[in-house]
Design a protein. Structure first.
Length: 277
């Protein structure tokens, strides 16, 4: 890519400096071509013309630089036959990788593809001073992912409106979060916002009026106000009550073995023997 400017001046040096000023670069960074040499005035009064110079600088195409970088990276990954298709867009370019068995480049939920896109974007913006947007895709993954996220956003928004509860989604990059926000806006009564920082930043979807407080039902199954029919309560209503415990345990007399009495020295050894009459 070549940028150029044509300028005039009394001398070639002045014309070249004027052309570089139009390009916004220093004279040491540009090349020049003399289009017309200056001519002097006759007798210093008549005729004469200024010098005319074309200054130019060669710039690499940011998209091509990014594509070359990706080819080198993929070659190191064992994919030397992958081609990069470049489609110029407004303020950027879309790069599409083509080849066999390159699905693993996408990674888990596009994480590897996002990493390659970020690195390619750094290379492109190193070439061009203005921001140059790079989009990297494999097998139309970006479009499929967009459809999935749109469906997810609408589904979670409808659930938030129905239940009145907030729902947090998994962390996403700014591009995917923007897709979710756009999808939620199509559902009446729902809103979305982002929370968290850095890699943990995620989308939260909830009802427009805020999260509704859920009332707890303290009633127990089996009767009104948690009372069960029958049993102890029924006895209370009928007037009969179960026997109340006095709190003291009824003691059952325990028969204790009688201790042998002390021997009476006057008693016979074999007890009393009555003689028969």
């Amino acid at each position: 890519m070549i940028r150029e400017a044509v300028a005039t001046g009394e001398t070639v040096e002045i014309a070249f400096a004027n052309a570089c000023r139009e390009l916004g670069v220093e004279t040491t960074d540009a090349e020049f071509e003399i289009l017309e040499m200056p001519t002097k005035k006759t007798f210093g009064l008549f005729g004469g013309s200024p010098a005319k110079v074309r200054a130019y600088i060669e710039e690499n195409n940011p998209a091509q630089e990014a594509a070359n970088y990706l080819k080198n990276v993929l070659r190191e990954m064992g994919l030397p036959d992958v081609t990069v298709e470049i489609q110029e867009e407004e303020a950027g370019a879309a790069l599409t990788l083509n080849g066999e068995d390159i699905g693993f480049i996408i990674g888990h939920r596009g994480e590897t593809l996002d990493a390659l896109q970020y690195l390619a974007s750094l290379v492109a913006n190193h070439v061009d001073e203005s921001y140059y947007r790079i989009t990297l895709d494999v097998g139309n993954y970006r479009e499929k992912r967009k459809e999935t996220l749109e469906s997810l956003g609408k589904k979670m928004a409808a659930r938030a409106v129905k239940t009145g509860r907030n729902s947090s989604l998994e962390p996403m990059n700014p591009y995917e979060r923007r897709i979710i926000h756009t999808a939620v806006q199509t559902v009446e009564g729902a809103k979305s916002w982002s929370e968290g920082t850095d890699l943990a930043r995620h989308v939260v979807i909830g009802p427009e009026g805020g999260e509704r407080i859920q009332r707890r039902d303290n009633r127990r199954p089996g009767g009104k106000d948690g009372r069960r029919s029958g049993g102890y309560d029924r006895d209370r209503r009928s007037g009969s009550r179960p026997p109340r415990s006095t709190g003291t345990r009824q003691q059952t007399p325990v028969s204790r073995p009688e201790h042998p009495k002390a021997d009476d020295p006057t008693a016979p050894i074999y007890g009393k023997i009555e003689a028969k009459k």
